[in-house]
Design a protein around this ligand. Structure first.
Ligand code: PMP
Length: 445
């Protein structure tokens, strides 16, 4: 099949590029094949989403069955498809928070936009019309729609669009690396972060702040694992001001940390949880907002004062996506995927530490569950800042491995069904890629 290289406007790609992209045509379990027939082990799970691997036959059959039975029916004005209700029931049984109801959307960004609107709606139901500000973290990633993109604390999502919108503000990133290396204790670091959050809320005016959104582990910002004491302290501050806590579990949901939800793993108490990716193992676009009981009770009791909940999408609770998600959840539960991650995660960390631990070019190796990263020393080998990730990633492609690069960091996030042996193979290929990158820059070094 021949393609014209300039018909597709590719996401997250410079529009000036007219070369042909790398084209993937087929996938099976952990492997994808390109048009030239070369195979790649996918150590990024698509985009941290194909948690059950490619070509899972149960997911394919679930989609086929639903396509044949009822391919579409809109959830609108109190009429919906049975399978959307059934998926909401499934999620209610698994929910890691005192549950109200679940709202369905199609992407992580839409789920986060929906969570912000739910927060605005909640405060309006309580007569607090001035509560519009959303606080997020520098380097947090929540999507690229106008609102979720505003909450995303990464410049490349804002630049070019005049974002963020005025009611979105950020607080310091809870990255422990620099401060702890400078000798700050974890407690003092958390004190500093919480102090900044409190000052920001005071500065904005507590009765103007609607919600705080955060990822339990920051993924696209470069795999940042906040200190364990951080979120409990943040929650105290939010509760004091009745600011809703939105936990973005788009990446961490459905097993990636070794628990079904990071909310449970880290003992969080969110008001709203956003989910996507692993919900259908990426086989169909579907996302969700779990609305906690407190928010749900308030909006159910008071909503007549502000009118109907004027929010929703043609494809909210799409039957085929919902059927696939139900099957994906069934597999995650039946096969105890979170348990497998918990048991196998030490293999990933040990393999990475063995391969990269003592290297002069390596700043650190870190991870949690099936989310791991190697960060290279900025400028090592004379490479420009932020170049290490891209170098190692492109060498990895040559070695038949897909990883993700964020600046000087390489992220390894294998599908959750990967065995210990498969993970060792992935890390072995990554080490070879690193050695090749090193050999490539040595002459100049
Ligand atoms: N939240 C997080 C934590 C994410 O990592 C992402 C996507 N990488 C999103 C939200 C946005 O999801 P989507 O691309 O489906 O809009």
């Amino acid at each position: 099949m021949a393609f014209h290289p300039t018909t597709l406007l590719e996401p997250h790609t410079p529009p000036a590029l007219t070369t042909e992209p790398h084209v993937i045509v087929r996938g099976e379990r952990l492997t994808v094949w390109d048009r030239e027939g070369r195979s790649y082990l996918d150590a990024t799970s698509g985009m941290l989403c194909t948690n059950l691997g490619y070509s899972q036959p149960r997911l394919v059959r679930a989609a086929e069955r639903q396509m044949a039975r009822l391919p579409f029916f809109a959830s609108f004005a109190h009429r919906t498809a049975d399978v959307a209700l059934a998926l909401a029931d499934d999620l209610a049984r698994l929910a890691p928070l005192p549950m109200g109801r679940t709202f369905f959307a199609n992407s992580g960004a839409e789920a986060n936009d929906s969570a912000f609107k739910l927060a605005w709606y909640y405060h309006r139901c309580l007569g607090r019309y001035g509560r519009s500000t959303v606080i997020s973290q520098e380097r947090g990633y929540h999507g690229t729609t106008v609102a979720a993109g505003s909450a995303t604390g990464l410049d490349f999502v804002h630049r070019g669009f005049g974002l963020p919108l005025p009611s979105f503000v950020t607080v310091a990133c809870p990255d422990p690396h620099g401060p702890l290396r400078e000798g700050l204790s974890e407690d003092r670091f958390v004190d500093r972060l919480v102090g900044r959050l409190e000052r920001l809320i005071e500065h904005e005016g507590p009765d103007t702040v609607a919600a705080f959104i955060a990822e339990p582990i920051l993924g696209a910002g470069g795999l940042i694992i906040p200190p364990p004491g951080y979120y409990p302290r943040v929650q105290e501050v939010l509760a004091r001001h009745d600011i809703l806590f939105v936990v973005d579990e788009v990446v961490t949901g459905f097993g990636r940390t070794g628990s079904m939800f990071a909310t449970t793993e880290f003992g969080l108490a969110p008001d709203l949880i956003t989910l996507a990716k692993g919900l259908s193992s990426a086989y169909a676009p579907i996302s969700a907002v779990m609305v906690g009981q407190r928010v749900m009770d308030t909006i159910a009791d008071r909503s007549p004062d502000v009118g109907a909940f004027g929010h929703g999408f043609t494809y909210s609770g799409h039957p085929v996506a919902a059927a696939v998600a139900r099957e994906a959840l069934a597999i995650v539960v039946e096969e105890d995927v979170p348990g497998h991650v918990r048991e196998t995660a030490p293999t990933l960390m040990t393999a990475l530490a063995d391969a990269f631990g003592g290297e002069a070019c390596v700043r650190d190796v870190r991870g949690y569950g099936f989310l791991a990263a190697v960060t290279f020393v900025t400028g090592a080998g004379g490479l420009p800042e932020g170049e290490w990730g891209a170098r190692v990633m492109s060498e990895a492609v040559e070695h038949g491995l897909l990883v993700r690069a964020v600046g000087d960091t390489v992220i390894v996030a294998p599908p959750l069904v990967s065995t210990g042996e498969e993970i060792r193979t992935m890390v072995g290929l990554l080490e070879k890629a690193y050695r090749a990158a090193l050999a490539g820059i040595r002459p100049a070094w």
